[in-house]
Design a protein around this ligand. Structure first.
Ligand code: DX5
Ligand code: ZN
Length: 220
């Protein structure tokens, strides 16, 4: 079954608790929290405090997407409190160290790739991570348009994972909506992350239902 994560980047921050409860009720599988530092990406979003707050108000797993220049600085003060941490390979000189840091604190490591970053940059760490997060837009903002070349990238990654037999989930993040969701799942994605297609749809419950409907051709 394809999993769905709700990115709270498009939530109404004045009602964050209610927004989280809404997506929980709508049946998403986890909450995706985008942390930005204004250096790795040209935007600033949520920090450690928000990540811990969200963890405390939901029974769903939480995933923090670190779009920061120095992930190793944040992991020790974050990893005990969240279930999954996505770090960008572009920010990481020693990814095995970063992965170990995340695992030591009891969280699951996910390696994220910007759209133009080649798959071979993560080839040798596939045994060590829980997931690969393929950015399907340039990171930094919600509501951007899906980059179509990413379908080829997902297909290629799927083939590599299957051929080598890694136990790794493919996450996709950016521009995922009713039109792109079936395409990425067809290409091999296991987990969809969406902000605007869930929170800006109007009825959150219906948005999630429709997304599930769009990818139900894949049963396992
Ligand atoms: C972008 C973030 C995404 C973003 C997705 O930098 O990493 O998680 O919230 O937003 P949508 O789904 O609107 O493209
Ligand atoms: Zn994200």
């Amino acid at each position: 079954m394809v999993k769905i994560g709700a990115s709270i980047l498009s939530a109404n921050y004045g009602y964050l608790k209610e927004e989280v409860k809404k997506v929980e009720k709508a049946g998403v599988d986890f909450i995706h929290i985008d942390m930005m530092d204004g250096h790795f990406v040209p935007n600033i979003s949520m920090g450690i405090g928000i990540a811990k707050y969200v963890k405390n108000i939901t029974s769903l797993p939480t995933e923090v997407h670190l779009m920061v220049e120095n992930p190793n600085m944040f992991i020790p003060i974050l990893a005990e409190d969240v279930d999954m941490i996505s770090f960008h390979i572009e920010t990481c000189r020693f990814p095995f160290r970063t992965i170990n840091l995340i695992k030591e604190k009891g969280s699951k490591p996910i390696v994220a790739l910007n759209p133009s970053t080649p798959i071979n940059s993560i080839e040798y760490i596939l045994d060590e991570v829980y997931g690969v997060l393929v950015m399907t837009v340039e990171p930094g903002f919600a509501g951007q348009k899906f980059i179509p070349q990413m379908l080829r990238k997902i297909e290629k990654l799927r083939k590599l994972i299957d051929k080598e037999g890694h136990n790794v989930q493919i996450f996709v993040d950016g521009g995922i909506n009713l039109e792109t969701a079936p395409k990425v799942v067809e290409a091999g994605a296991d987990v969809l992350i969406s902000a605007s297609a869930i929170f800006n749809y109007g009825d959150v419950g219906e948005a999630v239902r429709k997304l599930r409907e769009a990818v139900k051709f894949r049963q396992q």
